[in-house]
Design a protein around this ligand. Structure first.
Ligand code: IPE
Ligand code: IPE
Ligand code: MG
Length: 239
């Protein structure tokens, strides 16, 4: 009887769509390598994937989409590759328009001061342009490192003279202030690690690792991620 009950519970599937999905957009270089192309072609293809994934998330009712696109450690890559990635963002002249069209608010999860000033300004402008959008938040992980985020939060708390910290105060000092924690973290490319991503916010996230490089992500993969999430049983320490 006990065995039967256990099996039944395992088969339960919910229809709850995650409020917040965070994607680690990995595997651009390997995607290109597999095709005998230079790595930058993978980054170019990866940029096109963002739209497909965001649109499916919007259709499915996901309210916050985080996208980890460039880490604090990625600054250590060859400068041509770093510059290529920055140029992809620079070339996205219609970023505000395309987000406004989707009613999607843009946020930066990252340290703008580490970025070239024109990129930091472009990001700041996009944040302002989309400030009134309501349907969804695109939380853009760029120049992002979770340890850097946590250490900066601590330093800012000290600067503000805060003497005692609780969770709700601390969370206000993170880039994700006001956003729900990710219900689901999806890493592309088959790697199963966080690589300095949302170390604090991931406390109770579910994880899913499709065996696909980021440029191969599309609406179907988003559906597969949501389906995998709906089969999970979240307990948050309870029974
Ligand atoms: C993700 O793809 C994009 C960035 C980290 C900038 P990668 O460039 O890491 O691609 P792989 O992992 O080398 O295949
Ligand atoms: C993680 O990917 C960061 C992003 C996808 C932006 P990396 O390719 O930098 O991570 P590692 O080096 O494989 O851990
Ligand atoms: Mg990688």
């Amino acid at each position: 009887m006990a065995w039967f009950k256990r099996k039944k519970a395992k088969e339960q599937v919910s229809d709850i769509v995650p409020k917040h999905i965070a994607f680690i957009a990995d595997g651009n270089g390997r995607w290109a390598n597999e095709r005998g192309l230079p790595r930058f072609e993978g980054h170019k293809a990866g940029k096109e994937t963002i739209k497909k994934v965001l649109d499916r998330c919007l259709e499915r009712g996901v309210q916050t989409v985080s996208l980890y696109c460039f880490s604090t450690e990625n600054f250590n890559r060859p400068k041509e590759e770093v510059e290529y990635i920055f140029n992809l963002l620079r070339a996205k002249k219609d970023l505000s328009d395309s987000l406004i069209k989707r009613d999607c608010k843009f946020r930066l999860m990252g340290d703008a001061s580490m970025l070239p000033s024109d990129i930091a300004e472009q990001i700041q402008k996009t944040i302002q342009d989309t400030a009134d959008c309501k349907k969804c938040v695109l939380n853009f992980g760029f120049a992002y490192g979770s340890r850097h985020e946590i250490i900066s939060a601590v330093n800012n708390l000290i600067k503000d003279g805060v003497k005692v910290v609780d969770e709700s105060t601390f969370e206000k000092y993170l880039y994700t202030a006001g956003l729900p924690d990710p219900d689901l973290i999806v890493r592309a490319s088959g790697e199963q690690r966080l690589s300095n991503f949302m170390l604090y916010q991931a406390a109770y996230s579910e994880f899913y690792f499709p065996d696909k490089f980021w440029p191969d992500f599309d609406a179907k993969v988003v559906d597969e991620c949501i389906e995998a999430y709906q089969k999970r049983k979240r307990r948050f320490g309870k029974i």
